[in-house]
Write a protein that binds this ligand. Structure first.
Ligand code: COA
Length: 281
């Protein structure tokens, strides 16, 4: 039985962590499975004949993810420095593969999202959480650090909240997670699937190529703003829109607008099955 369940719902691929007995804590096998899954998505989309439009990242059972597998973490000390660093690199590589996934990634968060679990959701583009979920950069309480997840988390919540929360490892509720920008929406648990479907339905009205390039645009401009290379920045945005409006999708979208009809990529979302779990919060 795989620790990762992958299900296609039409143009949406659900990637579900499936170690409910440990609240989906990730061990090296699960990290590797996640990494490979997102690399495969990259190749599939790059091949040009993929129908995939978005990924839904979720968890089986009571929680989204309780972070790194603490049993495994505690054994790392005996591996030696080289293997220890290589292990952290594998986690970082997995998070980067999610972060740079060419299609939109939505996290569906319920139960606990702690430690590395917050890194997972922070690597996604949109985070929808149950208002009963709990969060925390709990590593320091275990004597470790939210180090590998920090680029992803700090980008979302900013240094001031990280400065407040990282050193204490305090747990916080969904309202606080929403306030600091760790999650984007919170809803009662019974409305979680509906809220996810609504967001994914909205995404399916966007042109696939334009949507993927919009994701790349944010990545490129975000980095460029940090570098403050404005000439390159403005030149690049101009070339970007010029290319997209001349593309087949750009042409179809504008034509559909004037003809008052849906563009040909608009699709209805198929029903998403809820994770087959018992006692989910
Ligand atoms: N790694 C390995 N096992 C974990 C785990 C983790 N990160 N989180 C939970 N588990 C295991 C527990 O050891 C327990 O195993 P057992 O049934 O063999 O005793 C099982 O999952 C259920 O956990 P339990 O604590 O009994 O459930 P709960 O509902 O009372 O609490 C959590 C759930 C997630 C809030 C709690 O387990 C927790 O705080 N986990 C640690 C999370 C953390 O700090 N992660 C940061 C790692 S970077």
């Amino acid at each position: 039985m795989s620790k990762l369940q992958i299900t296609d719902h039409g143009p949406i691929r659900e990637v579900r962590l499936d170690r409910p007995e440990v609240h989906n804590a990730f061990d090296p096998e699960l990290i590797d499975l996640l990494h490979r899954t997102f690399l495969e998505i990259r190749s599939e989309v790059a091949s040009g004949d993929s129908e995939l439009r978005a990924v839904l990242l979720s968890g089986s059972g009571k929680s989204f993810c309780a972070g790194a597998d603490l049993g495994y973490m505690s054994s790392i000390a005996s591996f030696g420095e080289t293997e220890n660093i290589a292990d952290a690199d594998r986690l970082s590589g997995m998070l980067r593969a999610i972060r740079t996934c060419p299609v939109y990634v939505v996290a569906r968060v319920h139960g606990a999202a702690l430690g590395g679990g917050t890194g997972l959701l922070a690597a996604c583009d949109l985070v929808i959480a149950s208002n009963e979920a709990i969060f925390g950069f709990t590593e320091v309480r275990l004597g470790i650090l939210p180090a590998v997840i920090s680029p992803f988390v700090i980008e979302r919540i900013g240094p001031s909240h990280a400065r407040r929360l990282f050193p204490s490892g305090v747990r916080f509720d969904a309202t606080e997670a929403l306030r600091i920008g760790l999650v984007d929406r919170i809803v009662p648990p019974v409305q979680l699937d509906q809220a996810v479907e609504k967001e994914l339905s909205a995404l399916l009205t966007a042109a696939p190529q334009a949507s993927r390039e919009a994701k790349r645009l944010v990545e490129t401009i975000g980095s460029a703003l940090v570098a403050r290379d404005e000439e390159t920045l403005y030149g690049e945005t101009a070339r970007w829109i010029a290319r997209l409006r001349a593309s087949e999708e750009g042409q179809e979208g504008m034509q559909a607008f004037f003809e008052k009809r849906p563009a040909r990529w608009v699709r209805a979302i198929p029903p998403l099955t809820a994770p087959p779990s018992s006692g989910e919060a």
